[in-house]
Design a protein around this ligand. Structure first.
Ligand SMILES: [Zn+2]
Length: 327
């Protein structure tokens, strides 16, 4: 559901771009009566050559960055207005950026939130799909020691595009994990804290976990009839690394109708390998009950308090069966 055009216009007219930049702690210097200039704060900016490439026109309320790599990372757009700016900073859609701006600046031109949906509606297949992002983060370090500490090889990190992100915005200083939909379109990044910070995971505003399964696009390209279902991103990385490319992650322990449809559209057999805790075991029971009439379901029971990401490849293969591919 896009925001009505009038609401976008109202945001652009009423929220000052310098106020938004100040919110991000961006400091620019005045280079003309209506013009500010300085280093580019966007997460798409990687060039170290173009120091003063970002400029803002206060009379027109627009921004631009003339660094070629930054423009390319933004799908060729030279710049934009305040909503584009927030969409890029927050790695979210224009609509979500509009809602954030409205929350931050207390605009009352349209209702700030629709009535909260009951939990069952959130899980229904009628929920909005996630929109493709339209750009990709640059400068992700897939060789960061955090990944090694968690037993993720450089090859696995590269395959998934997972790594440390040192740019600006809400994912700064986090390990980012690109999330693609079943058609391999990039729809979000998750940001994992690496230093015990809360929340452990950050997702862009409005991202709906219930509409995707992490790694489904690649799992669908494999040959066999079976898919392994795990809870977390790192569980999926470790299971893949153990030689099982047909693995998907729920990104939690809830299972939606949409996720069920996605699995059933491709696989005839499902191996549930959820965490060895109460939540994981209960979720596995529920999912098995939902899927059993339609596909073959095998449940792997992990030892108490054990998650797949804590296991070695050999241990994973004992539990999940022999790998379908040498890793
Ligand atoms: Zn830039």
């Amino acid at each position: 559901m896009p925001l009505p055009q009038a609401d976008f216009r109202s945001i652009k007219q009423r929220i000052p771009i310098d106020g938004v930049l100040a919110r991000y702690g961006v400091k620019l210097r005045s280079v003309g009566p209506h013009t500010l200039c300085g280093p580019c704060p966007l997460p798409t900016h990687t060039s170290r050559q173009s120091h003063e490439s970002f400029s803002v026109n206060l009379s027109r309320q627009v921004w631009s960055c003339h660094s070629a790599s930054c423009i390319a990372a933004r799908d060729g757009h030279l710049g934009g207005h305040v909503i584009d700016l927030v969409a890029i900073m927050e790695v979210c859609s224009l609509r979500q950026a509009g809602i954030r701006l409205q929350d931050w600046f207390g605009l009352s031109v349209f209702p700030s939130h629709p009535a909260p949906l009951p939990p069952v509606a959130v899980e229904s297949s009628a929920a909005q799909p996630n929109r493709p992002l339209g750009f990709a983060l640059q400068g992700i370090d897939t060789r960061h020691p955090y990944l090694t500490q968690r037993g993720i090889s450089a090859a696995t990190a590269q395959w998934f595009g997972v790594g440390m992100y040192q740019g600006a915005g809400f994912l700064a200083g986090r390990c980012v994990i690109p999330i693609r939909d079943e058609q391999s379109r990039l729809v979000a990044y998750a940001g994992r804290a690496i230093d015990g910070q809360e929340p452990k995971y950050r997702f862009p505003a409005g991202f709906r976990k219930s509409q995707v399964l992490f790694n489904l696009d690649r799992a669908m390209e494999t040959d066999g009839p079976n898919v392994i279902v795990v809870e977390g991103f790192f569980d999926a990385l470790k299971v893949h690394q153990a030689g099982h490319p047909a693995v998907v992650a729920l990104m939690g322990s809830s299972f939606s109708q949409r996720q069920s449809e996605l699995l059933l559209s491709r696989f005839a057999s499902v191996t549930l390998m959820l965490d060895g805790d109460q939540t994981g075991r209960r979720a596995a029971e529920v999912i098995a009950e939902l899927l059993t009439p339609k596909v073959r379901v095998h449940q792997v029971k992990l030892p108490n308090r054990v998650q797949p990401d804590q296991l070695s490849s050999a241990e994973i293969n004992v539990l999940a069966g022999p790998p379908n591919r040498a890793s």
